[in-house]
Design a protein around this ligand. Structure first.
Ligand SMILES: [Zn+2]
Length: 529
């Protein structure tokens, strides 16, 4: 058993040490993953039977632990979705440099995204707009001085190094980026990933285009109205776009890597696109449950613990395996919530505020279940004082550092810091802002309702063996069928992470003062109520 000094010390000091509990080896936590990530549940795709069974399992478990139902149908909150699948045989892309248009190979050169509602046909000029961002607070505008009217904007993922990471992440969110483009008269977008910061290799990006995309069926919830086309371009073929512009993709990536501002310029080519999409409808489930607080007044306030239960379902086989089990992404986070619910019950833990467990669907489709919940909360919005989200926290090695996304945005970060310190763990801010983690999981929808939030993951030192392990995991297993039960996981470290998580939640729940945004946090503006 691997223990670090801090944990041993704490165990020695605390009479009723959490680590003395039989759950501390992580075996019970793992047993929940064994069910949720089993082949039987077929990868828990939003709207699937496997997802429904997973949701029932979680609801029954929370009920057994004595939590009160907080959905709209018992513990469940059904959510309706429109599904979209690209009909690739009736879709095409052509790049026109003024001679014979070059027909692109879908999947090799580029992929057509269906998160927007693509127009059946588009024929438009192109412009390069750097990172494609506008941040009025910083007087930053990638669209200034470029002819953008009626154009398709080409941009490189990321943000200038000078931009604070949470703000950079926010500006790159689907809704914010599109709002800025739309106001510049842009009709569509081509995104090229910076090859130095890609989570997965291009072939896996390309095969993801066969996955069904979804949007909330409720009217007025879309964030890309008016966007006629969205395209992901293979960085290895990006020079097809820049031909004749006097710039190369390598040169632009070098500028981005050096942290200097990217140039913006017109591109001589036009893009012609034909897109056919098949539509359908599904229903899926959020789950919500309350662990009641003990303080007569504060019990009407809630500390939210959120995690997504959906994954990618069945997809393109890789090495003969077509089930995308999603063991770490994010059966692991759901298992942590179940483990914490067990522990609250077993120890009869009393917290002043209530704890609201919110397990959401549709995360992989664009944070849709949490968006639905945040727009249709089952408790008053203002009664939710904080959200602690858990998504793919990756317990691949001993827990010495916890990465806290949103660490410096609110007092919730201070709470995490304090608890981590007591446990002998170091809390660090986002070490790789280019990956935009702060907006890439469900906490972001709580943030947009003004609720201070963080998401916690295992951290590591740059250049360390742990960092290499994490990188390897992302390359090999992230959103691949091999994120399954046959992978090495540090269960003991995961159990320690669960303790950290629970103590953070309890600390916030017991603090007479509710969490607040830091005065200089960009996200404070959402705290309008
Ligand atoms: Zn995922």
């Amino acid at each position: 058993m691997k223990r670090n000094a801090g944990f041993v010390l704490l165990a020695a000091l605390a009479a009723t040490s959490l680590f003395a509990a039989d759950a501390s080896d992580g075996s019970r936590w793992w047993s929940y993953i064994e069910y949720l990530a089993s082949d039987k549940l077929e990868g828990r795709n939003t709207g699937s039977e496997g997802h429904r069974q997973a949701a029932e399992f979680v609801a029954a478990h929370l009920q057994r632990d004595g939590l009160k139902p907080a959905g709209t149908q018992g513990y469940l909150q059904p959510v309706k979705f429109i599904t979209k699948e690209l009909d690739e045989s009736n879709s095409s892309l052509q790049l026109d440099h003024g001679g014979t248009p070059q027909t692109l190979q879908l999947g090799e050169d580029a992929i057509i995204g269906t998160r927007v509602d693509p127009a059946p046909s588009v024929d438009a000029g192109l412009c390069f707009v750097g990172y494609g961002l506008r941040v009025p607070d910083l007087k930053y505008d990638d669209f200034a001085g470029v002819d953008t009217k009626g154009k398709i904007a080409v941009y490189i993922g990321g943000a200038p190094a000078s931009m604070p990471s949470a703000l950079a992440a926010h500006a790159q969110s689907t809704g914010e980026r599109w709002a800025a483009m739309k106001s510049a008269g842009i009709i569509g977008a081509i995104g090229i990933s910076n090859p130095h910061h890609m989570d997965v290799p291009w072939p896996r990006v390309a095969s993801s285009r066969f996955q069904m995309t979804m949007q909330l069926a409720a009217p007025g919830t879309g964030e890309t109205e008016g966007e006629q086309i969205t395209i992901g371009w293979n960085p290895a073929h990006a020079d097809e776009l820049f031909a004749g512009s006097g710039h190369t993709f390598d040169e632009l990536v070098d500028i981005a890597e050096s942290g200097k501002p990217l140039p913006r310029f017109a591109l001589p080519a036009r893009l012609k696109a034909k897109t056919a999409v098949k539509h359908g409808a599904v229903e899926s489930q959020n789950i919500a449950a309350i662990y009641p607080g003990s303080d007569p007044k504060l019990k009407d306030e809630y500390v939210v613990m959120s995690a997504h239960i959906d994954h990618l379902g069945i997809g393109k086989p890789i090495n003969g395996d077509a089930i995308y089990n999603g063991a770490m992404d994010n059966a692991s986070g759901i298992a942590s919530l179940l483990e914490i619910a067990d522990h609250l019950k077993e120890e009869n833990v009393k917290t002043k505020r209530s704890i609201l467990f919110v397990i959401v669907t549709g995360e992989e489709k664009g944070l849709l279940g949490s968006r639905y919940f945040s727009l249709n909360p089952t408790v008053p919005v203002h009664s939710m004082v904080a959200d602690i989200n858990t998504d793919m926290f990756l317990p691949l090695y001993p827990l010495k550092i916890v990465t806290v996304y949103g660490l410096d945005e609110s007092t919730v970060g201070d709470d995490v810091r304090a608890v981590a310190q007591e446990l002998g763990i170091r809390a660090q801010p986002d070490p790789e802002p280019q990956r935009n983690i702060f907006i890439r999981s469900d906490q972001y929808n709580f943030v947009r309702q003004g609720i201070p939030a963080v998401v916690l993951k295992f951290g590591n030192e740059k250049g360390s063996p742990e960092a290499a392990l994490e990188k390897q995991w992302l390359t090999d297993r992230y959103h691949a069928p091999s994120d399954d039960l046959q992978q090495p996981v540090d269960k003991h470290a995961a159990a320690q992470f669960n303790v950290l998580l629970e103590q953070v939640v309890e600390r916030i729940a017991d603090n007479p003062a509710r969490p607040t945004w830091k005065p200089d946090s960009f996200f404070r503006r959402y705290e309008s109520r």
